[in-house]
Design a protein around this ligand. Sequence first.
Ligand code: TRP
Length: 319
Amino acid sequence: MGKRYLSGIQPSGMLHLGNYFGAIRVHVEHQDDAFYFIANYHALTSVQDADTLRRNTFDVAATYLACGLDPDRAVLYRQSDVPEVCELMWLLMTVTGAGLLEKGVSYKDKRARGLPASAGLLTYPVLQAADILSVDADVVPVGADQVQHVEFCRDMAASFNHLYGEVFKLPEYELGTPVPVPGIDGQKMSKSYDNHIPIMMRGKALKKRVMSIRTDSTPVEEPKDPTTCTVFALYSLLATEEEKAEMAAAYRAGGYGYGHAKLALLDKLNEHFGPIRERYDHYVRHPDEVEEVLERGARTARAIVRATTDRARAACGID
Ligand code: TRP
């Protein structure tokens, strides 16, 4: 048996190319014996509208399935369908220093910006630790922003084990090679900067988005530097080595405008995401199929999580 991967995806909005290259693709590559769940409890710390949360939750599931997540290989579930994680969270809270949580980056950032933070935001890492420990995960594939959460999780597991015996397996994080995905303004792609390209965007809307990618004003006839160009960076994520070399040469030769490059990028996006969008549309027409996958995932996950939670309860005298 290989290592068990686990990751949670927050349903905080339409998934975009940054999510695709940073997370979805990695998850789909590591899907055997993997656990992927939609972190809707976590999302309540930022999404506070019921319809939006429901829609986003469905959207993550349909997008993952469309991108190739195979429910026969990976367990895909909704966090809230496994309510035992909240029970486990409480047990972990009792061994977690309040001071540790105050060092949490999201909490600290919010406080530093003078914004009120909920207890949910403060204890967010404890719920995340419960997610990870609940299925005895070996590996959590993460971006740099989540390393601290896995370290907190290891701290909590070690404290609990120290007090009550070897209950939890300590997970490792696996830091993926960062894939820089610039948004249409050249900054890191992020929904909160509104510079993102949604995976499911298409047709005129997509064309408009691509044509509005910010470039410098070098005239068509002049040579251009591909290494500093957002269009080229996005194209490179999807193109073969030959195609990349070809476009780079065209940039350097002059007589090739950003408009040409944008149209080439648009073609690439349609070629790569076209079939994915079709599968996504299928799930939008058949939401019951998505629901069935999620329920099946929850049954599998829940049996394991119940057993872990019972083990933890018994270890601390609640049985
Ligand atoms: N905090 C993660 C994020 O914002 C989402 C998440 C919740 C998660 N629980 C998890 C990731 C458990 C890995 C493991 O991306």
